[in-house]
Structure formats: structure tokens, C-alpha cells
Design a protein around this ligand. Structure first.
Ligand code: ATP
Length: 362
């Protein structure tokens, strides 16, 4: 082993969470061993599993455990189904994002097999702490309420600080990618004149510090259509919380579905791997879920840890995972059901692990 040992928390979550996280864990362990990266994986309870023991879906014990780790791998959560007496209702992952200030949600959408000029390689940079999300957009209280029995008010919160931070994240990312050197700001400022006006003001201000990157702006409805028709024309997209959430599912459809869409939640101090998809209760426990999104999210976490700690073994481990996943997908002999194959989650995982073991040393 070389360098520093990485301590990573593993939070399985609900629905297909235990299956896809178990897969990501075993791929991570195999790649770390191959690349001499020291790893300490710590299991922490979250979701229904935590509720059974602690009466809440994000117990303080879990939060304390997370604080002691360098990064976290989180499975999907069935937040909508949590009991109303859960102290963390409605959403443990929203609480985590807020408590640890994970202000950026980075969602790459890449064609993992396609190589032509129609290949898609874009990243949605989504603000993660405010906007229409009532579980995290207030200091105290809940951002949705009933003034009378027939009316609901939902608050939208947009702050200059959050817009600035997410814009900077997007421009920095565009620079490191060296692809089209293009940032597209997605908004609805013709309707949300003030909130998205402020968002655009901050994006434009940030753009002035990045002369090498072009700024394009588009209304969310029009960008939604362009993502379906010409997804290959995009590079980095930056947007507010809810638009980012919706657009990333739309874009995921263009690369083979949610099973292939990874994401990273990151802040100044912490980062968390978390697939874009939810807990998919319809296929939970059947050993058919596609773990690619969770596995690639874990590789993204490693890249983030590399940028923080600079240890080459971390970078090699991330590359190993990425390459093995791409190779197994392009071989096409062991694909999961959502991709038209017949391989179980476990079979797909063991094929990736075999691939990692056979790789030549980097
Ligand atoms: P939640 O309520 O937790 O958001 P959901 O079922 O509403 O869950 P998703 O889990 O995001 O929404 O996914 C929608 C559908 O896409 C699932 O019902 C499932 O059929 C499919 N799906 C999602 N993730 C995967 C995956 N990793 N592998 C295969 N199919 C998936």
C-alpha cells in the first residue's frame, strides 16, 4: 500500500440500494487492491434500516460516523415512503446535503459505448441547497405550507451566494474538461424574473473571469428539447436545483437510462457518491438492478478525493473502475436487463471485477 488510507462510509439505502451499493463496494475493493490504495470502508445505517433501530432515517450516530470519513457512498432512499413520525422526514439525503453544505450536484451524462460524433459527453452542474426544495431551503421550518385547507404555498429560494458558487463550479469544470469550452446556463427568467434574473446575473459575472470558456444561455423548456434532439452539442450545463434534477433524468434517457447515470454531491469539505436514480421499488430485491450508476458515482468520489489529497493510487483506482465498466458495457456479453441483456446484478458485477483483475498495471 502507498500513500494515505482513505476512510469511506457506505450507506446502503432502500429499495435497490443494498444491491447496487454492495456491487459498488466490491468493485471499489477490487480496484483499490489492484492499484495499492489503502481503504477503510465503514458501514453506517440510513433509511428504513436505520429507522428500525433508531426510530429515524438519519440517526445522529450516522452523521457523526460520516464526519470521520473522507467521503461517502450513498444508495438511493425511498424518502416518499418514510413514516411521518420519522424525525428526519421527509428526506435524509436532503438533510445531508444541507448539513454538510454539499452545494454542487455534478451529473455527467456520457455515452459509455458510442464513439461517433453523435457521442454524448455533457455534465449537468446542479445547485443542491435551495430553490424549490422545501426540506432544505430554509434555516428553520419547512418551505411549503397551507394557509388554508385549499391552498398550498411553496417557497422558492435563490441566493446570490449559491448562484455564485455553482457558477464557479461549472466554469472550473468546463476548464478541466477541455472539450467544447462551453457553459450553458439554464433558466426560466422570462417567468421567474427575479430569482432566475439573480441566477443569470451571477453566471454572467463569473463568466467574465473565464475568457477561455464561452457562455450560452437558454430557457429550460427549450434546453429540454435540445437535450433530446442534439445532446451531443452540449458541454457543461449549469442550473438551479429543480431544473437540474429534471434535466438530468431527461438526458439520462439518451444514454441508455437511469441505470447508467452517476452523480457526485460535493462541497468544500465533503463529497458523496450517489446515483441519479431513486430506489426503484419495482425491481428491488430481484438481483436485476443495473449498478453502473452507483459504481461510476464511486469512481467520481475517488476523482474528487484525488483532487483533494493528490495521491496517485486514488486516481489510478478511479481510472481502473471507469475503464472496466466501459469495457464490460462495450463487450455486451454481460449486460443487465435494462440494457437488453440477461445478466443479474451479481453477474454484471463479477464480470467488472474480473476485468479489473486482468488489467495491466498502470
Ligand atoms: P424513488 O421513489 O425512490 O425516487 P422511483 O421508482 O420513483 O424511486 P427511480 O428509482 O428513479 O424512481 O426509477 C424509475 C424506474 O427506472 C424504476 O422504477 C426502475 O424500473 C428504473 N430504474 C431506476 N434505476 C434503475 C437501475 N439502477 N437499474 C435498472 N432499472 C432502474
Amino acid at each position: 500500500m502507498t500513500g494515505r488510507k482513505m476512510k469511506i462510509a457506505v450507506l446502503k439505502g432502500d429499495g435497490i440500494g443494498p444491491e447496487v451499493v454492495e456491487s459498488a463496494r466490491s468493485v471499489l475493493l477490487a480496484a483499490a487492491e489492484k492499484n495499492s490504495l489503502g481503504l477503510d470502508l465503514i458501514d453506517l445505517p440510513i433509511g428504513f434500516e436505520a429507522y428500525k433501530t433508531y426510530g429515524r432515517t438519519l440517526p445522529p450516530e450516522t452523521v457523526r460516523g460520516m464526519e470521520e470519513c473522507n467521503g461517502w457512498v450513498l444508495g438511493p432512499l425511498s424518502a416518499g415512503a418514510y413514516p411521518k413520525d420519522d424525525k428526519d422526514y421527509p428526506m435524509a439525503s436532503g438533510k445531508i446535503r444541507k448539513a454538510f453544505d454539499l452545494f454542487a450536484n455534478i451529473r455527467p451524462i456520457r455515452s459509455l459505448v458510442e464513439k461517433s460524433d453523435k457521442a454524448i459527453d455533457l455534465v449537468i452542474v446542479r445547485e443542491n441547497t435551495e430553490d424549490f426544495y422545501p426540506d432544505r431551503n430554509l434555516f428553520k421550518g419547512y418551505g411549503e405550507f397551507w394557509p388554508n385547507e385549499d391552498t398550498v404555498l411553496s417557497l422558492r429560494v435563490i441566493t446570490r451566494r449559491a448562484c455564485k458558487r455553482i457558477s464557479e463550479t461549472a466554469f472550473e469544470l468546463a476548464r478541466t474538461r477541455s472539450k467544447k469550452n462551453l457553459v450553458t446556463a439554464v433558466h426560466k427568467s422570462n417567468v421567474l424574473v427575479e430569482g432566475d434574473g439573480l441566477f443569470l446575473e451571477e453566471v454572467r459575472k463569473t463568466a467574465k473571469n473565464y475568457h477561455d470558456i464561452r457562455l450560452n444561455e437558454g430557457l429550460v423548456d427549450s434546453i429540454g428539447m435540445q437535450l433530446v434532439m442534439t445532446p451531443e452539442s452540449f458541454d457543461v450545463l449549469v442550473t438551479t436545483n429543480m431544473f437540474g434534477d429534471i434535466l438530468s433524468d431527461v438526458a439520462a434517457a439518451k444514454i441508455g437510462g437511469l441505470g447508467l447515470a452517476p452523480s457526485l454531491n460535493s462541497g468544500e469539505k465533503y463529497a458523496m457518491a450517489q446515483a441519479v436514480h431513486g430506489s426503484a421499488p419495482d425491481i428491488a430485491g430481484k438481483n436485476v438492478a443495473n449498478p453502473t450508476a452507483e459504481i461510476l458515482s464511486t469512481a467520481m468520489l475517488l476523482e474528487w478525493l484525488y483532487s483533494k489529497y493528490g495521491d496517485e493510487a486514488i486516481r489510478r483506482t478511479a481510472l481502473s473502475i471507469d475503464e472496466a465498466v466501459r469495457n464490460v458495457l462495450s463487450d455486451g456479453n454481460s449486460l443487465t436487463v435494462d440494457l437488453g441483456g440477461a445478466a443479474s446484478t451479481e453477474k454484471f458485477t463479477s464480470t467488472i471485477i474480473d476485468r479489473i483483475k486482468k488489467e495491466r498495471a498502470r
